[in-house]
Structure formats: C-alpha cells, structure tokens
Design a protein around this ligand. Structure first.
Ligand SMILES: Nc1ncnc2c1ncn2[C@@H]1O[C@H](COP(=O)(O)OP(=O)(O)OP(=O)(O)O)[C@@H](O)[C@H]1O
Length: 582
C-alpha cells in the first residue's frame, strides 16, 4: 500500500487513537508473555524441584511460594482480560472512525463535484463504493488492528521463549521467518483475488439495480428466467473469485499447520531424546511454542486476509480522488445573483466528454418574466441546453451571462440557488409531502405550501392519508407518474425562482392536468423566466417565444407573443450573428 494511503488512514483514525491502541496491544502482549514465564516456576514447583534454569534464577529468589505464583498468574489473566476488553472497544472505535470518515469523504466528494463529471460517472461504482467497498475497507482496518495486536503478541511470546531457552527460541524464530517468506507468494495471489472481488461486487450492484429497475418490463415480457440466469451468472463470477481465494487460504493454512506440528514434534523429540532442557523448562517452552504457533498462524492468516481486503481501500481512494479532482471551487459566502433583465447565451458550444458538440454556437436570451419553449428531436441537446442555463454545466466555448454579468464557475453556484428544475422523472425523497415541499424552500408557511400545491394542480395531496403529512416512503411507490410530477412542480414553484426549468415535466399528465399546469405557468409570466422543454402543444402554447434545437443550432420557430424590452448592449454586440436576440 502506498505511503499516501497509510497516512490517510492515520489521519482519519487520529494519532492519539492509534497510540492508545498500540499501548493496549503492547500491554496485552506483555501480560501474556509474563503469564507464560510464570509457568516456569510453576512447573518447577509441580515437579517438586525449585531448581530453575540459570537465566531465570532471579525469579526463584523473588517468588516465595506456590500461592503467590498462582495469585500472580490469575492477576495477570485478569489484567489481560481487562486489556482485551479495552482493546476491542478502542479497536472498534478506530475502525468506525476510519470507515465513517472515508464514507463521508466519498459523499462530500460526490456532492461537491462538477455536474459534468458526476453525469459521466458510473453510478453503480459509486453505490458499490458507498456500500460494499467501504464495508470491505472496514474489514481491512479490523484486520490491520488485529495484525498489530498479533505481531506484538508473537514478539512477546518469542521473548518469553528466549528467556526460557534461548537456543530453541532462536530455532523457532528462524522457522517463523521462513514461513513468513513462503507466505509472500500467497500474499500476491490474495491481492489479485481481492481486486477481482472488488470488480465483481461493482458488477453485482449494477446488475441488481438494473434488474430491480426493470421488474415491470421483465414481467411483461415474461423474461423472469432470463433475468434470474443473468443475475446468477454475476453471482457466479463473484463466488468464483471468492472460492479461488479461499482455496489458496485453506491450502496455505493446511501447509502451515503441518509445518508447525512437525517443528513442535521435532522440538519435543530433540529435548527429551538428547536431554537438551530440564523438564521445568521443557513444559513451559512447549506451552509457549504451542501458543506462539497458533498466534503466528492467526497472524499470517490476518496478513493474507488483509492483502485480500486492502485493494478495496485502493478502489475507494480512486473513486474519491476522481470526485475530488472534479470539485467545484469552494465558496464560503457566494455573492447572490438575481435575474432582473435577461439570461443570455453568446456563441455557446458544448460537447459531452469533450466529444462531438451537442450545441454548436448558440446565441439566444430569455428575459425576466418571459416564457420560452424549446423543442427539437430526441437527442438534439435540449436537456444539455437546460443544464447550461441552470448553471450545472459550463460551456466549452462561448459565454453565458446573467444581466450582462459573466456566469463563471463561482457565479454558477450562486445562480443555481435561484433556479428551480422539474425533470421528466421527478425525484421525491423519503418522508412526508410536507418534507418534500420544504426541501426546496425551508421557510415556507403552511398557506404557501397549500397555494403551491393548488397552482401545480396537486390538490390530490389533501386526500392522501394525513394529507400534507402523508409519509411518501411507502406511498411514493404507489403515486402515479403525473402525481409525482405535480408534487415536484409545487416544490419548484415554492422556491420562487428567477428561472424555472420544466424538462418534459408534464409528460405524464392527463389533458386536464396539463391545461391546469399550462395556465399556472402562464400566470408566472412577469414573475420569473420560464424555460419549457416539451413536445406537447399545450405548454408550448403558453410560451412567449418558441425555439427549436436541431443539429446543434437554435432556430426561433414563431414570432414573439409578447414583446420584451430591448437589450441595447447585447443587441449591438451580437447583432451580426445573433438573429435570435429579441
Ligand atoms: N452525461 C452525458 N455523457 C455523454 N453524452 C451525453 C450525456 N448526456 C447527454 N448526452 C448525449 O448528448 C446528446 C444530447 O442529449 P440531451 O439529453 O441533451 O438531448 P435531449 O434533446 O434532451 O434528448 P431527449 O429529448 O431525448 O431527452 C445525446 O446524444 C446524448 O446521448
């Protein structure tokens, strides 16, 4: 893992927490090592001899009797249990901080990124990041704290072994080093399968989302079996990657157990056959060796699992880095922007992903209080035009002006606060109707909510259970497309915007509702600029001017219904190439 990733983990966890965890791990390791060393005098007493190995003679002088030794032993176990409790709580706390910190950074990165970057991002990857990938990071961090604890514990056990029988302990250290080297091979495979698992989880998210979104069409086409098989195939690829990894882990584990059992057997055989050690040292040494073997095995397994889970951190960091690299400039208090005269496009070019321009030299303006309708073939760039007008996108070339003031990257953020957008597929949030309306305009009074619902022809809300306080969590699934659109329109109207954009916002409405909405839009004339994107005649009929977008160019399809005040500076500036300026 790169240094940057380590320092990021440390920053999220905080050095204070890491230090506390290190101290606790060290104390646990020391208490366990000391506990094992106490086995030496215990064994000597039990064997009926107070004779201790030379290097532990000081212990014999210090310990006065069996009772004291046993009491000390129990005290050490109690201390270790208390430390273990504190360690688990601290370890969880550290993991949660890292994981929540990373998840919040990802959320912030996505919320602060430019819309142009967000609209290009693979949303399944973002969802996989926020759910599965960061959960895998959580597992990786738990393994990392476990690695720290187990490393210190193994070191303490080996120190205890060194104190009991230095020569034998040196052989144990050599065997452990050799096994760790061999595990290096398994480590690389674990990394590989970890990265594969991450990719398959992302694919699984995309596949499940697609399947859930397509339930209606799947059922109406009778394609349940096919959908099931496709989903099963994605599951299969994920399980295959997990199985291959598990095969490696299980194989390495079996090899390790055999190697350690052979080493222990050799130790006992050599010690008893060639009388290398006194019984008082042999028994504690075997106990330390057995405990070391199991803990060292756990250490190597943790290491392998960490290598499998660690690619999730790289994956998460890559998505977060992409979002952060596309961050909008930060503004502490953006200067408010109001539209008092007109929003103007001057020679605007735009191509998605820097590809073929969707808009190629657009010159037009929308006056304050004017209603403009935009039509054109599918894919002509109408929504792209709306995104530019709303300050979501910046032109590749040309300029957008609000009352003659350039809409730069900082101004765009302030301008968006004055825009309300209703799209074809309206977004309603979980919660009540009231919550959804207040989401757009937090200070609105009850009477304003009612008036907005009335203007949006959404009075059906009053007949819902609990009316404005109806919880849409469940109900929104049962609302029709038209009902959802009308609530979204009421939310937009409440915002009293300077520019209201309706992007096919009445596509799901019946004729009567559309007539009512058209008259509500007509009533906005003079209050705010309205951009209506619609293929349907009724809404367009309410417009002062109608534009048609085709082949990247804008054409005014009919004359003015209402004349707007001229804009001398801009008319002069663009008179040669801007026939659409009023
Ligand atoms: N985020 C994006 N990345 C790449 N291409 C995009 C993106 N959004 C839109 N496009 C492409 O840009 C072109 C214009 O799309 P846009 O949605 O603006 O058209 P539209 O006129 O609103 O279409 P419709 O009436 O079908 O909604 C299309 O070819 C579309 O595929």
């Amino acid at each position: 893992m790169q240094t940057a990733a380590w320092s990021e983990l440390a920053r999220l966890a905080s050095w204070r927490r890491i230090t506390v965890l290190c101290v606790l791990s060290l104390a646990m390791a020391a208490s366990e090592g000391a506990g094992f060393m106490l086995l030496v005098p215990l064994a000597a007493y039990l064997a009926g001899s107070a004779a201790l190995p030379g290097q532990l003679a000081w212990l014999a002088e210090w310990l006065t009797g069996l009772g004291f030794t046993l009491a000390l032993f129990v005290a050490l176990v109690a201390l270790r249990a208390a430390l273990d409790y504190a360690y688990r709580i601290r370890s969880l706390d550290l993991t949660v901080r890292i994981v929540d910190g990373l998840r919040l950074r990802a959320v912030e990165g996505l919320l602060n990124a430019e819309w142009s970057a967000l609209s290009k991002m693979h949303q399944a990857e973002n969802r996989a990041l926020l759910i599965t990938t960061i959960d895998r990071v959580s597992y990786a961090v738990t393994l990392l704290t476990g690695l720290l604890r187990l490393s210190l514990l193994c070191a303490a056990l080996l120190l205890a072994a060194l104190a009991i029988a230095p020569a034998v302990a040196a052989i144990m250290i050599a065997v452990a080093g050799l096994l760790a080297l061999l595990y290096g091979v398994v480590r690389r495979r674990a990394r590989h399968w970890g990265a594969e698992t991450g990719r398959h989880y992302t694919a699984l998210h995309a596949s499940l989302e697609e399947m859930l979104g397509a339930l209606r069409i799947v059922k109406s086409y009778g394609r349940e079996r096919r959908s099931r098989d496709e989903t099963a195939a994605v599951f299969g690829r994920l399980r295959d990657a997990e199985r291959r990894y598990l095969e490696h882990t299980a194989l390495a584990r079996a090899a390790f157990q055999i190697a350690m059992a052979a080493a222990l057997a050799a130790l006992v055989f050599a010690a008893s056959e060639y009388r290398l050690l006194a019984m008082s040292a042999l028994l504690p040494l075997v106990a330390v060796a057995a405990r070391s073997a199991s803990q060292f095995g756990a250490l190597l397994e943790h290491w392998q699992q960490w290598n499998h889970a660690a690619p999730a951190l790289d994956q998460a960091r890559a998505v977060i880095a992409e979002a952060e690299a596309n961050a909008e400039p930060r503004m502490s208090a953006p200067a408010p922007i109001r539209l008092a005269q007109r929003l103007t496009f001057c020679g605007v070019h735009y191509g998605h992903r820097g590809g073929t321009p969707v808009l190629a030299g657009i010159d037009c303006s929308i006056g304050h209080g004017e209603i403009v309708a935009l039509s054109g073939p599918s894919g002509a760039g109408k929504s792209t035009f709306a995104d530019l007008a709303a300050g979501l996108l910046a032109p590749d070339a040309g300029t957008i002006l609000i009352d003659g003031k350039l809409l730069g990257s900082e101004e765009r953020q302030a301008w968006r606060r004055r825009v309300a957008y209703v799209q074809q597929e309206p977004v309603l949030f979980s919660g009540t109707v009231r919550g959804n309306l207040l989401w757009g305009s937090a200070d609105a009074e009850e009477s304003e909510l009612v008036a907005a619902l009335d203007r949006a022809n959404a009075t059906f809300v009053f007949d819902l259970p609990n009316g404005l306080d109806c919880d849409l969590g469940e109900a929104s699934r049962h609302l029709s497309g038209g009902e959802r659109q009308r609530i979204a329109l009421a939310r937009a109207l409440l915002r009293t915007p300077d520019l209201l954009i309706l992007d096919e916002a009445t596509s799901a409405l019946d004729d009567d509702s559309e007539i009512a909405i058209a008259s509500a839009i007509g009533a906005l004339r003079g209050d705010c600029a309205v951009l209506v994107i619609s293929h349907r005649g009724r809404l367009s009929a309410a417009a002062d001017r109608k534009f048609e977008l085709a082949g990247g160019r804008l054409r005014q399809s009919t004359g003015h219904r209402h004349s707007l005040p001229p804009e001398p500076a801009l008319t002069q500036q663009f008179s040669a190439n801007s026939p659409l300026l009023p």
